[in-house]
Design a protein around this ligand. Sequence first.
Ligand code: HXC
Length: 517
Amino acid sequence: MSMTEDIDQLLQLRQQALQGGGVEKVKKRHQSGRYTARERLDMLLDEGSFEEFDMFKTHRCQNFGMADQQHPGDGVVTGYGTIDGRLVYVFSQDFTVLGGSLSETFAEKICKVMDMALKNGAPLIGLNDSGGARIQEGIESLAGYSEIFQRNVMASGVIPQLSGIFGPCAGGAVYSPALTDFTVMVRGNSYMFLTGPKVVKAVTHEDVDVETLGGASVHTTRSGVAHLAADSEEQAIACLKEIFSYIPQNNMTEPPRVETADPADRDIEYLNQVLPDNPHQPYDIKQIIVNTVDDGRFSEIQPEFAANLVVGFARYGSQSVGIVANQPQHLAGVLDNDASIKGARFVRFCDAFNIPLVTLVDVPGFLPGTVQEYAGIIRNGAKMLYAYAEATVPKVTVTVRKAYGGAYCVMSSKHLRGDINYAWPSAEIAVMGAKGASEILYAKELREQPQTAQQLLAEKERDYAQSFANPYVAARRGYVDDVILPSRTRFRIIKALVMLADKQDTNPVKKHGNIPL
Ligand code: HXC
């Protein structure tokens, strides 16, 4: 063959690979309101930055007539590119090729980029759109998934791993995302389940549609499996990029700084009036967050799951931070099972990737009762304790109102190696609320004087609140470093983060801890 013929052949093969499962399948995909694997990569990566690997790779399966069903690339597009100039490794599953199902060679392609991402210290973003293990291959496909899972785990805490879910993802196609750090779904157009409705029907006789089984709302409100739900694929890709902007390349580097014109010493008078006069009245903690962070930009994670705890990324003085805050507007901001699991996982992510933690506290305690106890609030609350206690990143805490009981200990208290612990003058830091404490301490008197019980209780509550429901008991012991003006919160947090920029702290050498899972 002449050189020209060689080149023509290459271009032809490339063209074939670019077609995925063929024109008809692509058309069907578009009709379902979805993009192709390549179109998604185009949206994700900087223009012209994508370099593809293994475009000509094909499967080796001979069963079920598969020898005749060859598609160059075998249903997954892999390679690397950049986002805002930063290196990222990617794979994007192509549903038009055998439902994006995973073959042995499909898995090899993904493993190759995972290995490179780990070796070269760059994040991995997987765009998933797959019916799971390729049924025609059987065990080879299961082996392929296991190889991916093993790499997900080895990469965990070393390079950030992000997942986008597009289309119906089943089986192994959901376990790999579950092992990654953040998962974004598309409302009405993406699903995650271990087995599809047909298998569910066959095994449990349950009739269920894909949306009810594993739609975005299920996983972002009930199961907590996914972190964000977007209204479109474009928006889902934008969410992945937004998360990417706050996180470092790997666990040995710092998150990128984003310069801002927002003054560090900006006074925020509004915060001096933000709390309601009645301490039992709710308010929105996000008002405090958006008013204090750079340019009012807060990227919340899992906004609809356990809304009593707000977590997300923002910047203070250009420094990327993870924010954890109780939300009095939802369940009075208590810590319950879901909130503890959500908070612990987020704290551990930030700690693994050198992202300082800013904790805003207004928590009446852990949610009591059988529902919580039976669901393991002891074990789950301990996750949160564990996560904060092992975290060695800078930890800045501001108690704005309540910090009661065990929840005081948990929320990045001084005793869990909190670096800077500030309190607003409105803070109430005590073992329990004034009413509960008075009822227990004066139970005998209240029983013995039923006619005057209400009056006595009110008196004792007032006394208790005056003596203990304030920040000064903690401040006198040094558990609170300073009581600050609410209007100076932004400035004080930024100063603390600058002071802590070179913080070094370690944990004892161990194989790994035993977090109460
Ligand atoms: C091979 C598959 C496939 C699979 C889909 N296809 N899933 N081929 N292996 N796992 C093929 C279909 O045969 C079809 O081919 C094409 O992909 C599109 O699929 P449809 O069913 O037409 O699409 P849709 O109606 O949108 O339904 C999508 C789906 C459904 C919900 C994902 O296909 C489904 O339920 N698939 C099986 C899901 C499942 O149970 N997977 C678990 C595998 S076990 P044609 O040629 O007709 O276009 C597993 C174990 C991993 O993953 C272990 C982890 C621990």
